[in-house]
Design a binder for this molecule. Sequence first.
Ligand code: GLA
Length: 376
Amino acid sequence: MENKLKTLFEKKFGGKGTLYASAGRINLIGEHTDYNGGFVFPGAIDKVIVADIRPNGTDRVRLYSADMDDSAEFGLTEADAPKAQWARYIFGVCREIIKRGGRVEGFDAVFAGNIPLGAGLSSSAALESCFAFALNDLFNNNSIDKFELARIGQSTEHNYCGVNCGIMDQFASVMGKKGNLMRLDCRSMEFEYFPFAPEHHTLVLVDSHVKHELVDSPYNKRRESCERVARRLGIDTLRDADMAMLDAVRGDISDEDYRRARFVIGEKERVLAVCDALNAGDYDTVGRMMYETHQGLSRDYEVSCEELDFLNDVARECGVTGSRIMGGGFGGCTINLVPNALVDSFIATAIERFESRYGHAPAIYPVIISDGARRL
Ligand code: GLA
């Protein structure tokens, strides 16, 4: 990909840029907890966005997306927002750096990636963090700290893309470290790297190809439910709630809001249980928690779909240790913790059964936990 981008840069703009990359992410457990001040447990993966970038001495940004074979050009004031969604991610990053007092001037860039779009692997966060990291390096001498780079990506989603997301994806994409998952406390923003190299298990993603689209999706509605319950309880976020508190207000909130909050409260406990289980090498508990999360996401949080519930059932029938829908939901992948001895038979069975039911094969992605945003 790097050589292809260098050639493209030369062709489009002449000369050479500097190469930067950032990564998509998985999340072992801790879903829809980030915007509730809870815990998440993600890691960056070996699927990346790479950009070749060079300041151009003007106040214009000129971009070429190799994957879409599309160009965009814009200025750097609020009024210059481009129409194309893909370009708005980069425009938003520029604007959010400028709003924080950082410097961004005109630049030329070509970029490409191999993160499947709409699969719940956070390709948009990878795009944001690749450019946030690069522009901080090129124009600000790296004076913006890495957490703030993640927040710049998150604010881009909020202010330019219509998704009121939490911090998990951008955090994972910026901070990811090879061989490590990260447990992030989204209230204090303290985090810890967790070496993750299971001896007897492999992580396998199964992509249903049901397109997950968070823009204009019920994602924002889920967040509103949680915020409504927190307000009713008189607390800032559901991080500070427990089941007794929730049950005490059950009569005052809708059944739907009750179930949303029940999931979030349970998920907070599950992340901590998974971390303890990993420390003890107890993969059975890790897996059981993943199945519980799936149930909760499907029944209480209602962000699964028929195809993903089907894949979850297949995993269970194949003896997979843990399986669940991953990311925001409404399509995308399941993440599966598979005993090494079962990997081949699970993949073959999942493909065969899914294809005979839905008429197309799911995609399978093995996962390698890798580095996040960086200069190449
Ligand atoms: C999406 C959002 C994240 C997080 C997950 C669900 O990926 O971007 O902030 O809320 O959904 O865990």
